[in-house]
Design a protein around this ligand. Structure first.
Ligand SMILES: N[C@@H](CCC(=O)N[C@@H](CS)C(=O)NCC(=O)O)C(=O)O
Length: 202
């Protein structure tokens, strides 16, 4: 049994939640309410000293960092085929798995924070403009990666699960996506695993 500590609106938590669903893993969720600061409680910090979600606990293993968890789950549940087996397809998956947290995630989250959580009068217009420009550039890069393929690593994999929660954030902000990225987002959104993730409200 995998124990997932997450917050229902967490993009990083949603990646792992989706992977557990895709793997048909036995799991249970322990909610960590980020709005109440529960991620900084002494008990939670013993599991994850970063004071962030997600964390998984499984059979003595305590693990954080969502992308690392995705790779662990892909290995742990081979029948679910969460990573391609051909070396070049795996290489593509690894590339996007690193790109998502290092490049794609931050400007998308920054835009979300500014436009959703910051009262209009207190917004930082320079930060918004910069985040928008980065999001636009990144979406073009993503569209390039999707040229000739439906999924980033050829077939559906954990790389797509890393991107989907962030594309969802952009869609919630009504940010226009390049056609290939929009079609990709819609393709991923129809997966029952994602439906389960969105239905979880803590
Ligand atoms: N690199 C970490 C980032 C985790 C992260 O930033 N989680 C956010 C939610 S999406 C969080 O817990 N924020 C609460 C805080 O920083 O206090 C991962 O991928 O797991």
């Amino acid at each position: 049994m995998v124990k997932l500590y997450t917050f229902h609106l967490s993009t990083n938590g949603r990646k792992v939640h989706m992977a557990l669903e895709e793997a048909k893993a036995a799991y249970e969720i322990t909610p960590v309410n980020l709005m109440k600061g529960e991620q900084k409680s002494p008990d939670y910090l013993k599991l994850n000293p970063n004071g962030k979600v997600p964390t998984i606990v499984e059979d003595g293993l305590v693990m954080w960092e969502s992308v690392a968890i995705l790779l662990y789950l892909a290995e742990k549940f081979p029948a679910a085929n969460l990573l391609p087996s051909a070396a070049q397809d795996r290489a593509r998956a690894f590339q996007w798995l690193v790109w998502q947290p290092t490049t794609f995630g931050a400007p998308a989250s920054s835009l979300f924070r500014q436009l959703r959580f910051t009262p209009e009068g207190q917004r930082d217009q320079n930060a918004i403009n910069q985040a928008r420009a980065e999001v636009t550039k990144n979406c073009e890069i993503l569209a390039g990666g999707l040229q000739g393929r439906d999924y980033l690593a050829g077939r559906f994999s954990v790389a797509d699960m890393a991107l989907l929660p962030y594309l969802h954030v952009l869609a919630e902000l009504s940010i226009a996506l390049p056609a290939a990225v929009d079609a990709y987002y819609k393709r991923l959104s129809t997966r029952p695993s994602w439906g389960k993730v969105l239905a979880y409200t803590g």
